[in-house]
Ligand binder design. Sequence first.
Ligand code: PMP
Ligand code: GLU
Length: 395
Amino acid sequence: MKNHVATRFSGIKESATYAVLELVRELRAQGLPVLDLGGGEPDFATPRHIVAEANLALDEGFTHYSPSRGLPELLTAISRKLAEDNGIEADPAEGVIVTPSAKHALFITLMTLLDPGDELLVPTPSWVSYQSMAHLAGARPVAVPLGADDGFRITRKALEGQLSPRTKALLVNSPNNPTGRTLDAQEARVIADFVQEHELFAVADEIYEKIRYAGAPHLSIAALPGCAERTVTVNGFSKGYAMTGWRLGYAAGPARIMTEMLKVQQHSVGCAGSFVQRGGLAALTGPQEPVAEMAAAYTRRMELITDGLNSLPGVGCARPSGGFYAFPDIRGTGFASSEAFAGWLLREAHVAVMPGTAFGPGGEGHIRLSFATSEAVIEEALGRMAKALATAPRP
Ligand code: PMP
Ligand code: GLU
């Protein structure tokens, strides 16, 4: 028997977000009063009408495989949503695939687009899984470091700085995890020109689309002139509809890409859960008030947490325009690294946050706090942080 596992896993780190989610669970099991601002997951329950539809589906015995691409009614609802909300034309018969999670949609997108040795440009700081997914596809993720000083704006200079003959695709996440930035019109133009000039694919992760502040618009790359034919849009139900545990997402793009991607779906997972998809259908076609109510709650929490962070000594936090993460600059606190700060905060104040380094180049000097949690928890966490910064011994 050969005694080593596949080498493509070497160099791939455990998901930092899952590591924190699990650490919090462990510490709580030991009885520690940990406040979790680490992993990003809505605290809201899934809206009742969505749960009711999935329950009905189960009661009806709707428990078999669905078509690999997804339930036809859901594909149609997604296609309509993309047209109405995003200005994206996606053919429900050939241009959309329903996946068990946006994460899986991203995974099969990268498996479909990237050959071994290809390079995927990922503006950083970025969500923890993109780079590892590119590695799993045998490709090379290439960070495009963005600067905190101009609010992590994507510029032509930054993109061109990392371009090579092997560059195959650009991945853009807006609203952004962890920076909270949403694309503005100028950045969108830069991205559209860049991918066309260099004949690249674009992957647009729009999972936080429903959560935006101060009237920030949501710009979809696939809707920009000349981009539809080269862009895969990924979205899902986890964040906007508070459906993380359901594992439901989708990818949409040109038929020539989606036809290949369907094979990856067929041979990896088959299809998303059938009754889960019925819940997704209710989410898209039912009342949208619960989404608006959650977005309003996130707005209050965003103001509370950014104001609170800005009142802490050595901490500076810009207001995010989307998503549910605050990404403050903590360099003024005097800690040697964001990891040292996050570790100290967990030990001294029992407040879990993510160190900025988990999000790649550009993340150092920052921490990420998820405010997908109640105002009471946010207030308590801010209080504990203030007290620890004033009194707790430093490492
Ligand atoms: N993209 C980003 C930026 C995320 O933060 C997440 C959250 N896990 C996902 C994709 C995946 O979402 P899910 O798999 O729950 O649909
Ligand atoms: N997206 C969330 C986060 O960034 C959940 C964990 C994950 O899927 O990585 O914390």
